[in-house]
Write a protein that binds this ligand. Structure first.
Ligand code: UDP
Ligand code: MG
Length: 323
């Protein structure tokens, strides 16, 4: 397949052995119905189950399927990035491999693209089969990032989206290491729109995003798109300064008037000192978050390492360099 397909479907895969065949089956059915030419790129992000074998078997049989096999787990956002780097389509669709994003929605995305939109993101009108905790944290997170980010990131959208070649090429120039792709897609601009869909339950398996990864991802989003946390320190500083200034006459008055309500005792001092240290360490932490990310950028490591590419038509015109 050396001619370029109209659409590249990109799916990141981390231990999804129970979903691979169904993903391939449903994507094929939908795309064949669309009348568009297409390819499916599955990125194996260091799975330790039977996902790699399953993907490889499909790629060897179906010439429209290619598999990028990572040298280890580099994370969801890097897997998606690799898929975009290798995609040859006139548009790229990012979709989760667990079938929470129904492949059938791709048809709606394509329809809007054909009407002239460069980015069509899928908005979660409803989320099925996810814990109340996940739903609540996601809801709070999307609203917070919407408020503090310097760009408008649409509410309740994940990475499930279609992007025109122009947008993909723009994203390919953005090699930042702590990636929040949905924010980066908003950042590039172009004509963007959304379509609503119902997010389903996982077809098989468990979420690959434990709380630890979710927090890390949230911090990437915040630090990548906002300086607000760095600026909070000035408000804390002003408020505490004001309290200190007001405290002087109050304490003096209490002393002079012989009031029994006096600030004596080491306990009070101890509590105040601990509270202040806590504030200061908190702002150290925030600064540390930005500094660590600066360090990530300075080292200029690749975003991922591909150890093998499986499937036909792999070694012709795509950009084979590691990220
Ligand atoms: N994923 C990945 N690398 C990881 C974690 C997840 O490629 O380190 C993939 C995963 O296989 C799935 C997608 O990213 O296709 C979304 O992950 P998941 O469904 O676990 O996230 P959730 O939908 O629970 O937020
Ligand atoms: Mg999922």
């Amino acid at each position: 397949m050396s001619t370029h397909p109209a659409l590249s479907i990109v799916a990141p895969v981390y231990n999804e052995e129970g979903n691979i065949e169904e993903l391939h089956r449903r994507v094929s059915a939908v795309m064949d119905r669309s009348g568009e030419t297409w390819e499916l790129i599955m990125v194996n992000d260091g799975s330790v189950d039977r996902s790699p074998e399953k993907m490889r078997a499909i790629a060897e049989e179906d010439a429209r399927v290619r598999v990028l096999n990572f040298a280890r787990n580099f994370g969801h956002q890097n897997a998606v990035t690799a898929g975009m780097d290798y995609a040859r389509g006139e548009a790229v669709v990012l979709i989760d491999a667990d079938l929470q994003d129904p492949p059938e929605v791709i048809l709606d995305l394509v329809a809007k693209w054909r009407k002239g939109f460069h980015v069509v993101y899928a908005v979660r009108a409803e989320r099925k089969g996810e814990s109340w905790f996940k739903k609540l944290t996601a809801k709070v997170f999307y609203r917070m990032i919407y408020r503090i980010a310097e760009i408008d990131i649409p509410l309740d959208t994940g990475d499930f989206r279609l992007m025109d070649r122009q947008v993909v090429n723009a994203l390919k120039t953005m090699r930042e290491h702590n990636r929040f792709i949905r924010g980066m897609t908003s950042w590039v601009g172009f004509r963007q729109t959304g379509v609503e869909y119902v997010r389903h339950e996982r077809h098989s398996g468990e979420t690959k995003y434990p709380l630890r990864k979710m927090l890390r991802f949230a911090l990437d989003a915040i630090t990548g798109f906002s300086y607000f946390p760095l600026q909070v320190a000035i408000y804390a500083s002003l408020i505490l300064g004001l309290i200190a200034v007001l405290a002087v006459p109050v304490v003096a008055f209490l002393r002079l008037s012989g009031s029994t309500l006096q600030f004596e005792g080491q306990a009070t001092t101890l509590v105040v000192v601990l509270l202040m240290s806590s504030f200061q360490l908190f702002f150290f932490f925030i600064m540390g978050q930005y500094v660590a990310r600066i360090y990530d950028e300075v080292r200029q490591r690749p975003l991922y390492i591909v150890s093998e590419v499986w499937g036909q038509g792999t070694a012709d015109d795509s950009d084979e360099s590691a990220g």
